[in-house]
Design a protein around this ligand. Structure first.
Ligand code: DC
Length: 220
């Protein structure tokens, strides 16, 4: 059982994915956190994130390990807890450049497929899960929301440290980079169910996704 949840940032992907996994007793994998962890390592190790050749050369070096418990998502880089530092604005600003490098993606996809193999069932959130990482996923969801709703949510998560207008501009810039890259861009799989979360509460979105998964389970 693989549940793929893709979509741009601020659509409620992480909250939804964790809640769905917890409700259904499945594991959980945040692939965005893995690209952030790779980016954090590059910044810490003096790699110029805008130099794709340097990023590609270093992509095999960091050891990134993700926990898969939806109640306590954890991520380490070379054994060090990275869950706090990967959320800084410095990492957020650099992550699209790093995640566009094919060697980085190849490495991460390998880790993601291994995590699914060693679980009894998993909810995986990201940008290319339904299209590239798990094209055979049991259920594929693509979350969307208006740019205003997304910016308001993200600004709230940052406790107002960044204005809604600045957050909106940064989100739109990151979406354009993530959607425009050559290797497995942010995209809706043709067989994904699109859920617009603009007017929905988290509970409503979770309910919707859980129902879709249960329907699929019943027909298998
Ligand atoms: O979901 P997030 O905002 O934490 O993701 C951070 C970045 O990682 C996002 O801007 C694009 C990249 N990413 C990706 O390229 N592929 C994925 N499967 C997940 C995230």
């Amino acid at each position: 059982m693989i549940v793929a949840i893709d979509g741009p940032s601020g659509t409620g992907k992480s909250s939804t994915s964790k809640a769905v996994a917890a409700k259904l007793g499945l594991s959980y994998l945040d692939t965005g956190a893995q690209y952030r962890a790779m980016t954090w390592w590059m910044l810490n190790n003096g790699v110029d994130v805008d130099d794709a050749v340097a990023v590609a050369d270093a992509a095999g070096k960091p050891v990134i390990v993700s926990g898969t418990d939806p109640a306590a998502p954890a991520i380490t880089v070379d054994g060090e807890d990275a869950s706090g530092p990967i959320r800084t604005q410095e990492v957020t600003a650099a992550v699209s450049a790093v995640s566009a490098v094919p060697e980085v993606r190849a490495r991460m996809v390998e880790v993601q497929r291994a995590a699914a193999t060693s679980s009894d069932g998993i909810v995986v959130e990201g940008r290319d899960i339904g299209t590239t990482v798990f094209p055979e996923a049991t259920v594929k969801i693509f979350l969307t929301a208006s740019p205003e709703a997304r910016a308001a949510r993200r600004s709230g998560e940052l406790n107002g440290a960044q204005s809604v207008a600045d957050t909106r501009a940064a989100l739109i810039k990151r979406d354009a980079a993530d959607s425009g890259r050559t290797t497995s861009p942010l995209a809706k799989a043709t067989d994904a169910v699109e859920v617009d979360t603009t007017q929905l509460s988290l509970e409503q979105v979770v309910e919707r996704v859980v129902t879709l998964v249960e329907e699929k389970r019943d027909t298998r």
